[in-house]
Design a protein around this ligand. Structure first.
Ligand code: B1M
Length: 234
């Protein structure tokens, strides 16, 4: 790092410059700087969700593009992910503190063979913020882990995340096993992750594909309302 960069005082940057600096710091995996900048934006009155989407997810998109293009490699991306998680750890309690009424419950996890968890964590955070109780199974979940958690926690919703084209078909394995066991219709199944799309969601028998965390919350609310209406009618 150059002397010039050493001299940057985050609190002296205006919002736009600070967000640009956060993109650079996320890219360089500077967790402490990211956490400091998140706090500065919050102190300036930014809503937690805005910090999350505009600064952190925005920065991660740049990392993702350069990873795709072979400019960044796994160790660097791991550092960036760690910095992102540092920022998310500040936002998590704030997003969960909305005082929203209890909406329902969800078990969520990343599928077998896949260790990407940032997007899934974000979905879990936003769902909690919207009033859902969330059981997070973490990464690399085989079908038994999902089935065990559903039997134990009896959630309204099963959420699955996959970030690799090689792991996304595993979602169908889970749904097919649920069908075999006659429990598929007991749950609302929502799926998400960058390589998925709506067509894939339909093809594997999920109830819905969710493009991002905000859509996951809206979709979950919609399905829960429908479930309550059906229960009231029947
Ligand atoms: Co990985 N990786 N990675 N990686 N990685 C991708 C996914 C990739 C697209 C990069 C690229 O080449 N452009 C590519 C996949 C290509 C493909 O399959 N088509 C890839 C690859 C190839 C790999 C490895 C194979 C690399 C290697 O080892 N050679 C390897 C695989 C490891 C494994 O899982 N077995 C690998 C490893 C890693 C790291 C460990 C270094 C790290 C993960 C760290 C971590 O998660 N703790 C990593 C990262 C960070 C990425 C990128 C750069 C960023 C992913 C991310 O966190 N995005 C990613 C590139 C990209 O996506 N552009 C890439 C930010 C996050 C907020 O977005 O996860 O999409 P996202 O989540 C969104 C939505 O998708 C949705 O909501 C979220 C929030 O809005 N969503 C859901 C997600 N899950 C949901 C679940 C729901 C609902 C919505 O349930 C209801």
């Amino acid at each position: 790092m150059s002397d010039e960069e050493d001299d940057i005082i985050l609190s002296e940057l205006d919002d736009e410059e600070l967000v640009q600096q956060m993109f650079d710091d996320l890219y360089d995996g500077l967790k402490d700087e990211i956490m400091e900048a998140v706090n500065i934006l919050l102190e300036r009155g930014w809503a937690p969700y805005r910090v999350l989407t505009e600064a952190l997810v925005g920065g991660m998109t740049i990392v993702g593009n350069d990873f795709r293009d072979g400019i960044l490699f796994v160790p660097e991306v791991l550092l960036a992910a760690n910095a992102m998680k540092g920022g998310m750890s500040i936002l998590k309690p704030l997003l969960a503190e909305t005082g929203a009424p209890r909406m329902g419950s969800m078990v969520i996890g990343t599928v077998k063979g896949d260790i990407h968890d940032i997007g899934k964590n974000l979905v879990a955070m936003m769902m909690e913020g919207a009033g859902f109780e969330v059981v997070d199974l973490g990464i690399n979940n085989a079908v038994d882990a999902y089935l065990g958690a559903m039997a134990e926690h009896k959630p309204d919703i099963l959420g699955m995340s996959a970030l690799l084209t090689t792991t996304m078909p595993y979602m169908k394995v889970v749904i097919d096993t649920m069908k075999e066991q006659g429990i598929r219709d007991d749950y609302i199944v929502l799926v998400g992750g960058a390589p998925l799309n709506e067509e894939f969601g339909k093809a594997i028998g999920a109830d819905a594909y969710c493009r991002d965390a905000a859509v996951a919350v809206e979709t979950a609310k919609k399905f829960i309302a429908r479930k309550h209406n059906q229960m009231a009618a029947g």
